[in-house]
Write a protein that binds this ligand. Structure first.
Ligand code: ATP
Ligand code: MG
Length: 421
């Protein structure tokens, strides 16, 4: 049974605008407010009974993301507060990238004195005004219901101070600048703006899958999208060495290293694929080779998946992108699998995939010029509507089970990321 957690809505208080000119107001002394970063989670709150597990996972990932910067992370009323790194852009960027994080905000930790909150509000309001803001709102949330002032009273006090000392007008509908105050039992803090986080679900809460990682643009993006849903990946690269140079394998290793980021370490299985390809080339027509390669990849991948506890495969396939990815051909590939094949890019346009690859930092690696194994020996016009029965017949002729077993036996494991040697 899902028990939704109520998130307090911001209580907006309407404050009458004064003249804002020369009315004294609180002194403009720098307030005693420590810089910190607030980290929020989105979907985690929907997870009912699993909520504790999800929170633990996202906390762990948040901590690890900024540990080497000297940050301390602690939970406060359903958020995390990160202290010790100020508002450092590097810390903000890393925190935004943690899966499960919906947004982060540079924030100021406050003491119990409302007068100090007023001083900070006024100081920030003056800066906002200098940047062009003319109207404002104070939004107070009060997770600590025991706090003696109600949200509306807090907003009114801070609002009055801002009107008096910074000369901004109240506008609760469309303020140019909003000052948020959150009054919790463990901490009181203020913030102005929120930066979008990576979203998704925390790493480790989505099980394990094995990514078929080529050196191309698509598969690393597909892997990232699986990771975004909490999946921990291992990856497999089918290496056509010596038909492709060592640079092709290096690409796969470098891509795997990017994917290792959110999960510390990642095992990349490198399968010598040239013997498999030669065997198929000698026993099957060239226009079927791409499909035959794919089906062999799937079979080898499943055996490797079993080693690592993965229960699904992930590929970068996208419907209709190339001849091997017609719906009929995807069906042929799938027919060789017993595990589910996740295809996060199934509906992506290439331009969407490229945009995401650029953001991830995989694009520059993927476009290094090295041939992919799938272009080896293949016909200029591969079949676009393969039939599993035909493929099965061709495979029986080459004793495919022995071919798969040999490939698995010859596989090398490369660990990338943390603890890499
Ligand atoms: P990518 O850019 O990921 O290579 P693509 O659009 O070029 O994808 P294909 O080359 O047809 O498409 O490959 C489809 C999918 O098959 C890839 O996304 C990947 O998951 C898998 N794949 C292809 N070649 C290899 C390989 N050498 N090693 C591992 N997986 C591969
Ligand atoms: Mg490719």
């Amino acid at each position: 049974m899902i028990a939704p957690i109520r998130i307090p809505r911001p209580a907006l208080a309407l404050v009458r605008a004064g003249t804002g000119e020369g009315e004294g107001g609180p002194p403009a002394a720098p307030p005693d407010a420590r810089e910190a970063i607030v980290v929020r989670f989105g979907e985690l709150f929907l997870k009912g009974g699993n909520r504790g597990k999800f929170l633990d996972a996202v906390r762990l990932r948040t901590r690890r993301a900024v540990a080497d910067l000297g940050a301390a992370v602690r939970p406060v009323h359903g958020r995390l507060i990160v202290e010790g790194v100020g508002h450092a852009p590097e810390a903000l960027a890393r925190l935004r990238g943690v899966f499960g994080v919906s947004s982060v905000s540079p924030a100021w930790l406050l003491g119990a004195e409302v007068a100090d909150w007023e001083r900070l509000a006024v100081e920030r309001a003056k800066l906002a005004r200098a940047r062009g803001a003319r109207s404002f709102a104070i939004a107070t949330e009060r997770p600590d219901k025991a706090f003696p002032l109600r949200s509306i009273e807090i907003s009114s006090r801070l609002g009055a101070a801002v009107v008096a000392a910074a000369g901004l007008d109240v506008n609760l509908g469309r303020p140019d600048w909003t000052f948020h105050v959150e009054v919790g039992r463990e901490a009181v803090f203020a913030w102005e703006g929120a930066l979008a986080g990576a979203g998704g679900l925390p790493t480790g809460t989505g099980g394990r899958a094995l990514l078929l990682l080529s050196g191309g643009i698509d598969s690393p993006v597909a892997g990232h999208l699986a990771q975004k849903r909490g999946v921990v990946l291992a990856a497999v690269y089918f290496d056509a060495f010596p038909y492709t140079g060592p640079g092709a394998r290096e690409k796969a290793v470098d891509l795997a290293r990017v994917l290792a980021g959110p999960q510390d370490a990642l095992d990349l299985y490198v399968v010598p694929f040239a013997p498999v390809q030669e065997r198929l080339r000698d026993g099957a027509p060239a226009d079927y080779l791409v499909l035959l390669y794919r089906r062999m990849m799937v079979r080898v991948a499943e055996k490797l998946a079993a080693r690592t506890g993965a229960v699904a495969l992930v590929t970068g396939e996208s419907l209709g992108q190339v001849a091997s990815q017609t719906i009929e051909n995807l069906a042929c590939i799938e027919a060789a699998a017993t595990m589910p094949i996740l295809r996060p890019l199934i509906s992506f346009d290439k331009s969407e995939t490229i945009a995401l690859a650029r953001r991830l930092g995989t694009y520059e690696i993927s476009i290094r010029p090295h041939a992919d194994c799938c272009s080896l020996f293949v016909a200029k016009h591969p079949v676009t509507r393969g039939r599993a029965a035909t493929l099965g017949r061709l495979e029986r002729a080459v004793d495919w089970t022995a071919v798969v077993d040999q490939a698995v036996a010859a596989t090398e494991t490369v660990r990338v990321g943390e603890g890499e040697t």
